[in-house]
Design a protein around this ligand. Sequence first.
Ligand code: FAD
Length: 460
Amino acid sequence: MQTLYMQEFQKIVGAENVLTGQEDLFCYSYDATPGYSHLPEAVIIPENVQQVSAILRLANQHEIPVYPRGSGTNLSAGCVPLKGGIVLLMNRFDHIIDVDLENLVVVTEPGVIVADLNNIAAKHGLIYPPDPGTVATATLGGTIAENAGGLRGLKYGVSKHYVMGLEVVLANGDILHTGGRNVKDVSGYDLTKLFTGSEGTLGVITQATLKLVPAPECKKSIMAVFKNLDNAGKTVAGIIAAKITPATLEIMDNATIRTVEDYAHVGLPLDAEAVLLIEVDGMPEVVAKEANEVLRVLKTNHADDIQVAQNDAERDKLWAARRAALPALAKLRPTTYVEDATVPRSKVPEFLREVSRIAKEFNVTIGTFGHAGDGNMHPTIVCDSRDLKEMESVKKAMNEIFLSAIKLGGTLSGEHGIGLGKLPWMEQQHGSKVMDAMKSIKRALDPNLILNPGKLVGEC
Ligand SMILES: Cc1cc2nc3c(=O)[nH]c(=O)nc-3n(C[C@H](O)[C@H](O)[C@H](O)COP(=O)(O)OP(=O)(O)OC[C@H]3O[C@@H](n4cnc5c(N)ncnc54)[C@H](O)[C@@H]3O)c2cc1C
């Protein structure tokens, strides 16, 4: 990048907010996704919307790529500055602007950490439901841009269900305001939903109006062990058929159970084919009724062991197994790929069996855990990225996993987004006409292709 442009950027945000040292550039060359890195030419840290607008106007004029970044915890290489240019770090946008208790909305800047919003909401008996495993580090901007979900997605949905309005800066520097505090708003195209989940490819989010909901008064957690995977599958279907929507309905497969037991010694039987963790929440009377119904479905479907938490300490103990799933798998080998292929929930047992077959066929280690209630699985491949031969097998296994999810009527991503990692299968899932429509939207809003180029829709 020419020194002249760098001086212009320094004028906009101050020299101290334009980082060009090699160590700084290295720190922003990668994110939480293994296997991708590229040095940017500068890291720019704006603090207000006018600065973002001026930066984008200049970048657009000179066709300099811009990569918005929150905390860099995404798992789809969404922040990797693949074509050099600028990393636009949004962490200084860290203010909550308004907590509106009459409308149950909050207006916030995108650099606020998800857990910080929830701590403020909790003081008012409210929650912001999207709860990725990274709540303590991920930013609201990153979660909105990825359309992130989490453990309670079955009942509460993902980020798009809570984003009511956005302030977005387009590639040409124009500042847009979409949506607002209206519960009902069908005026025009739903641009709020378009920018939510757009992974920094259509605009930079500088403010968001988010819906808060009342915190559940009471929760009940139940863990069930199954020696037979089909019985676990029938239980998931049975709970939904009984018209119960648990906040959480998680599953771990045998490979994950063995790894967790070895790591955390929580007492899981090594021959179990599946463990389900179920949590119902709401008013105490409803929770009691739903928990009883869940127990009935578990018994009907021959759960081999059932544990019900009677208090917070016991709830914590049940959750320990699920919490240990990712760290236990990650500890096995130096490199961890956490995927999030998603299938209709009725297909979860079939998908888990497919993943076990793929692991055997390609001789790679895969543990699968995830959100059985909404079919969002996390096949987790552990390997060593320095072993090129092993990586060939990992690539083949990944290809088979995504193809089998698509074949089962599923999708490439339930919550982690597409970024770079899942691009090769996008056309397979959506077909060429849908891809063309997505690319047209990209070209219309960002004709010089400066915003996170090469991601989500690929080259345009
Ligand atoms: C251990 C672990 C567990 C995880 N668990 C979950 C989980 O349970 N559920 C889940 O959904 N995800 C999960 N994730 C993935 C990740 O935490 C989420 O994708 C999160 O939303 C990323 O937030 P971030 O602030 O780190 O965003 P970043 O990684 O910085 O950015 C993510 C994307 O958003 C874009 N972006 C960032 N800020 C803006 C902005 N202001 N305007 C426009 N675009 C922007 C970036 O360009 C990038 O494409 C997990 C990740 C890890 C490492």
